[in-house]
Ligand binder design. Sequence first.
Ligand code: NAD
Length: 243
Amino acid sequence: MTERFLGATALVTGAAGGIGAAVVERLTGEGARVVAVDRDASALAELYRHRDAVTWRECDLSEPVRDDFVASAGDVSVLVNAAGILRRSPFLDHSLTDWRETCAVNLSAPHRLAQQFVRHRLGLGGGGAIVNVCSIESFTAAPEHAAYTVTKSALMMLTKAFALELAPHGIRVNAIAPGVTATNMNAALRSDPERAARLLSGVPMRRFGAPREQAATVAFLASDEASYITGAVVPVDGGWLTR
Ligand SMILES: NC(=O)c1ccc[n+]([C@@H]2O[C@H](COP(=O)([O-])OP(=O)(O)OC[C@H]3O[C@@H](n4cnc5c(N)ncnc54)[C@H](O)[C@@H]3O)[C@@H](O)[C@H]2O)c1
C-alpha cells in the first residue's frame, strides 16, 4: 500500500463500524493519524484501544458539536463525514423525532463539522480535503426512506456548494455515493434471502459492496492524487445508478 497520508491527520465520523471503520483502516494503512468519532464508545474502544495511530472520541452527532471540536483534534487536514442513520418507516408513520434525528446526523453534523474544519484550515493558510458519504439515494428515492433520501440528496448539494466556495482556498470537497454495502445498516435485509435477492437484482454486478471498496474511493478523493477533483459525487455501487 502507498503512504499518501504520511504526516497527515484525518477526522473520521461513524468510525465505530462499517464504512467509517474501513476508512480509518485505509487511512492509517497509508500513514495517517486518525481521530475516530462515533457515539458508540464501547465499539470505538474495542476497535482502537491498541492502535497507536488512532485516538477516539465518543460523540453523539445528533446534538451540535462543541465549537472547538475540530480545532481541538490537532492539525486535521482531512475530514470524512461517514456517520449516518437510516430510520425506515412508511411516510405516514414517520415520527418527528426520527425526521429530526436523521436530519441532524446525516446533514447538520457534516455541515457543522465542515464549517469548523474550514475555519481551522483557513487559519493555517488553506488546503485540505473533505469527503462526505452520500448514497445512491442522493440520486434515487426508495420507499419508506423519505428522511434518509432527502438528507442524502441534500448532502450531495452541500458537497457541491461547499466545493464552489472553497475551491479558491485550496480546500477540495467531494463525496462517494455507496450502493448497498455489507454493514450493520442493512444486516437484517441481507440476511433475508428473498429481500436480498430482490435487492441484488438491481445491482448489475450482482453482489453487495464491501466497506473497504468504499474506503478505497474515500482515500483516493482525500489524497493529492485527486488534486483536480472537487464537487464530485462518485458512485461506488456496482453499477446501480447506470439504470
Ligand atoms: N451500507 C450501505 O449500504 C450504505 C449505502 C449508502 C450509504 N451509506 C452511508 O454510509 C455511511 C456509513 O454507514 P454504514 O453502512 O457503515 O453503517 P453502520 O451503521 O455500520 O455505521 C454507521 C456508524 O455511524 C455511527 N452513528 C450513527 N449515529 C450516530 C450519531 N448520532 N453520532 C455519532 N455516530 C453515529 C454508528 O454508531 C455507526 O458506527 C452512512 O452515512 C450511510 O448512510 C451506507
